[in-house]
Design a protein around this ligand. Structure first.
Ligand code: NAD
Length: 424
């Protein structure tokens, strides 16, 4: 049996979703007006197909229960779906989570799995909620299983999104692997990819998703304001034509390659065109604190950050460093403004002298384009791998995909700035 605390958009959807998969679900909400409405088979907001599901499941597999003790005693898994609004400073207010947890813990006489479905910022479950529970005398992993299970449903299609999830994310504490089988069991009927990750990662994935959506919306809005300011631009047509770019289509859409961390954009076009667009924005007295300026600033920052990662690791200046990839992107010999040039230059400036590099296509171009960067060039991946103490992947060339972190030879280290080889 499952208890769902908080019957708002997320909680009611989850409760009805689990109920329609045959689980017995207790639904609890502190808002009596809401529970009265629900008991009368009415839902307090518009959501397609929801009322039908409520009508079908209520008092069969879905019980609206005002008795928390009974619900908790009879449930193994308790989902927390209460609100997490921002306080006056913009920080997430966790009070509804803490109130609900305190109430639940009063009735936890045996092992229960507590699932945080509410959205909470990365590190909250581990550093705050876990502590809060432990301060009440409960041991995570022994008395309570603690899970972060962010929800990705969209209002308007909430039930359909919940019933047909594209992915399920389960964050768990490293000491608390007992909870995994409970979560696998509860989500088995949904037949979707289920990812077990750390608590922080699970929380981060939720924010990664929402902040990306927010950023894309603001990007589009900013560009429309710039277009209005410049004048003579048919904004609607421009965006429609943008959407014809074939990189939006396909599975996975090639556009996903642009939403991937690395060591910055380079090459001939993106740096100069972003700079030029920013400059015309300034020239026309449009918003100087634009996302375009942030885009350029982040691109400088990531190159410094990537170089600093190597400095931190390579404390000995005589360490032999092997750079993999010199072009600004794979399958290209274009080295103009390539992140590799910035990183190598940052290493040379810091006094590292033993740097060698290999690129399947761009060794020659790099040497010609950056004569002042005094490094050794090697002709094969094998040479780089055998000679150096520290290997750094800078460009995501296909040839580097098979380098596995745990297979890099003993006493050698790998820094994968393209996140190619650290995946699940
Ligand atoms: P909501 O405000 O619609 O629902 C929260 C419910 O919790 C309310 O009905 C409230 O009365 C109830 N509640 C609060 N404290 C309680 C307690 N101690 N005991 C019982 N009930 C209690 O919020 P929501 O939109 O469902 O969002 C819930 C969480 O899910 C938030 O963290 C939100 O950020 C996240 N989320 C929301 C969406 C969305 O589209 N709305 C999508 C994904 C994630």
């Amino acid at each position: 049996m499952i208890t769902v605390i908080g019957l708002g958009f997320v909680g009611l959807t989850a409760a009805l979703g689990f109920a329609s998969k045959g689980f017995k679900v207790f639904g609890i909400d502190s808002d009596k007006n809401k529970t009265t409405l629900l008991k009368n088979k009415k839902i307090p907001f518009f959501e397609a197909d929801m009322e039908e599901q409520l009508f079908y499941n209520l008092d069969k597999t879905f019980i609206i229960n005002d008795n928390l003790k009974e619900s908790v005693n009879n449930s193994k898994i308790i989902f927390l779906c209460v609100g997490t609004p921002c306080d006056d400073n913009g920080d997430v207010d966790l009070k509804y989570i803490y109130f609900a947890i305190d109430d639940i813990l009063k009735y936890c006489d045996e092992y229960k799995v507590l699932v945080i479905k509410s959205t909470v910022p990365p590190s909250t479950t581990h550093s705050k909620i876990k502590k809060h529970i432990e301060n009440k005398g409960f041991l995570i992993g022994k008395d309570i299983g603690l899970v972060c299970n962010p929800e990705f449903l969209r209002e308007g299609t909430a039930l359909d999104d919940f019933m047909n999830p594209d992915r399920i994310v389960i964050g768990v504490d490293p000491d608390d692997y007992k909870v995994i089988h409970w979560m696998q069991a509860v989500y088995k009927p949904f037949n979707a990819p289920l990812h077990i990750v750390s608590l922080n990662t699970a929380e981060f994935i939720k924010y990664l998703s929402n902040t990306m959506l927010a950023t894309m919306i603001s990007y589009a809005n900013e560009m429309s304001m710039i277009a209005d300011g410049i004048g003579g631009i048919d904004v609607r047509r421009a965006f429609n034509i943008l959407h014809e770019d074939r990189r939006w289509f396909g599975q996975p859409a090639p556009m996903t390659k642009y939403v991937y961390p690395g060591c910055g954009f380079g090459g001939y076009c993106l740096p100069k065109d972003t700079q030029a667009m920013f400059n015309i924005t300034k020239e026309k007295y449009l918003n100087p604190n634009s996302m375009l300026s942030a885009t350029l600033a982040v691109n400088n920052l990531i190159k410094k950050h990537s170089t600093a990662k190597i400095w931190t690791f390579a404390t000995d200046k005589n360490i032999r460093i092997g750079i993999l990839g010199l072009s600004f992107k794979p399958n290209s010999d274009d080295v103009r403004d390539s992140p590799a040039a910035h990183i190598i230059s940052g290493l040379l400036e810091k006094g590292y002298t033993n740097i060698s590099a290999y690129d399947p296509l761009a060794n020659h171009c790099f040497k010609q384009h950056y004569p002042r960067l005094t490094i050794n060039y090697t002709d094969s991946l094998n040479d780089i791998m055998s000679v150096n103490d520290l290997i750094v992947i800078v460009t995501a060339c296909n040839e580097f995909i098979n380098i596995k972190k745990n297979k890099v030879m003993k006493n050698k280290h790998l820094i994968d700035l393209r996140y190619m080889n650290l995946s699940e």
